[in-house]
Ligand binder design. Sequence first.
Ligand SMILES: Nc1ncnc2c1ncn2[C@@H]1O[C@H](COP(=O)(O)OP(=O)(O)OP(=O)(O)O)[C@@H](O)[C@H]1O
Ligand SMILES: [Mg+2]
Length: 204
Amino acid sequence: MQKGKCITIDGIDGAGKSTQIDFICAYLKTRNINVVLTREPGGTEIGEKIRKLLLGSATKMHDETELMLMFAARNEHIQNKIIPTLANGDWVLSDRFTDASYAYQGGGRGISVERIAELESWVLQDFAPDMTLLLDVDVEIGMQRVVSRGQKGRIEQEDSRFFNRVRDAYIARSQKFPERIKLIDASQDVENISNQIQKVLATL
Ligand SMILES: Nc1ncnc2c1ncn2[C@@H]1O[C@H](COP(=O)(O)OP(=O)(O)OP(=O)(O)O)[C@@H](O)[C@H]1O
Ligand SMILES: [Mg+2]
């Protein structure tokens, strides 16, 4: 039975998710909330192994294999980490979640929403995050922010057209679920973004 709350943070590469996660953890601690930080793909021993397959190697992978591996890792994550953590009364903060599959494998790769929804209803059943922070930023800005990181992973190597489709799919998700998904203007400076996030978190 869920007692804690589940927050997910999503958005294109370089939107500033990792940067804001530090702020969110610190903010929740000031409210005496125990938060378990996790990420997708990954967050469990098996999930992190799947992450290496998905993001690390440059080997070509069929688009639907990519989608199914994402959901395989997610199943492990939900069953063995997210649900037990919430049942324990702690909160979960996940760096990416199911919306990323709609954005990257859906918008980016072109797999249909219906196809992804089949896996979502199988793996998530009636689970949904309590709140999703969608950090929205121009693809060019996001790409500029990540260049400094050096060698790119398998998905990061895609071009700006790919990431524009990903961004559009994220925005479509936020329009479909306006209650859950809070659109944050991530083109601003770090402090301004943190202020926007604090305002929506306060409503939880
Ligand atoms: N609002 C901001 N303005 C300018 N630079 C920023 C901002 N937020 C983050 N950065 C910088 O941009 C880079 C990418 O940020 P960050 O790692 O937080 O993004 P991310 O969304 O976690 O990316 P990824 O999806 O690749 O993990 C970092 O070097 C970070 O310091
Ligand atoms: Mg990050």
